[in-house]
Design a protein around this ligand. Structure first.
Ligand code: ADP
Ligand code: MG
Length: 246
């Protein structure tokens, strides 16, 4: 029997429905794990408090073991949070916006964290940008993931530049840091390996989430990086469509 020939649109819809089903399952599973995990965490905390008051060698050994379990629990919680953020990128709630304003607002929010890490933020806004259509909450999440990575790449402090510019009718947003940069192997693995991270407590879900958010906006992300030089991430977005559905 020959397989029915599906129209491209039907095929896409079928994949989208399958993806939505798997995403719902995976999200549900993450939720189910999260609740008992937070009970475990809470009880561990109480145990640690109890044991920390003892001063025998046995108490100190127990404390070290409990703290190891506590660290691992914390890591699992971070993975679940990042994973839930990743699967939740579904339907967008888009509205026309000025990208400069969105970035300016983000810089204001992120400034204290950057300052505490010794990182100076330097924004350059082009004042002739076409309007873009963004889901502001999701887009802020993408900016946050990128800015966090930049900070983590500059443990001794540094400079984070955020630039907006129009290009061939599209809108570009570039983040440049002068941090540790990436090896060619890291650069090649970024978007290809699931859960790829070079950080001890990393989940490797930050950039895949950024990519999903940007692609859901019909945009594209590119990364250039060189070890010890720094990293440049460029997001390119289409201009808001006039009237016709995006
Ligand atoms: N700005 C950056 N500078 C240097 N390396 C980076 C930068 N952003 C991302 N990376 C590399 O990409 C990897 C994956 O990043 P990400 O998906 O955000 O996961 P995580 O931050 O949890 O490791 C990081 O572990 C790091 O090796
Ligand atoms: Mg990250």
């Amino acid at each position: 029997m020959t397989a029915p020939v599906l129209l491209a649109d039907e095929e896409r819809q079928r994949y989208a429905a399958q993806y939505a089903e798997i995403a719902t399952l995976a999200g549900g599973l993450a939720h189910e794990i999260r609740n008992p995990l937070s009970t475990i965490s809470l009880n561990l905390e109480l145990l640690v408090e109890d044991v920390a008051t003892g001063d025998s060698a046995r108490d100190r050994r127990m404390l070290r073991k409990l703290q190891t379990v506590q660290r691992e629990c914390g890591h699992l919680e971070t993975i679940l949070e990042d994973f839930l953020r990743f699967v939740r990128v579904g339907e967008l709630d888009r509205a026309p916006c000025d990208l400069n304003e969105v970035v300016r607002e983000f810089v204001e929010f992120f400034q204290p964290e950057a300052a505490a890490a010794g990182v100076e933020i330097s924004p350059h806004f082009d004042s002739h940008l076409p309007v873009v259509e963004l889901d502001r909450t999701l887009f802020r999440q993408a900016l946050f993931n990128l800015a966090r990575n930049a900070l983590q790449a500059m443990p001794q402090g540094g400079l984070l530049e955020l630039q907006t510019a129009p290009q061939d009718g599209r809108v570009l947003l570039t983040l440049i840091d002068n941090g540790v940069g990436m090896s060619p192997e890291t650069l090649a693995s970024l978007f290809n390996k699931v859960f790829f991270s070079t950080k001890p407590g990393g989940t490797g879900l930050g950039l895949p989430t950024v990519r999903r958010i940007v692609e859901a906006h019909r945009g594209a992300v590119t990364v250039d990086s060189a070890p010890a030089r720094g990293t440049r991430v460029t997001i390119s977005l289409p201009p808001a469509s006039r009237g016709e559905p995006a």
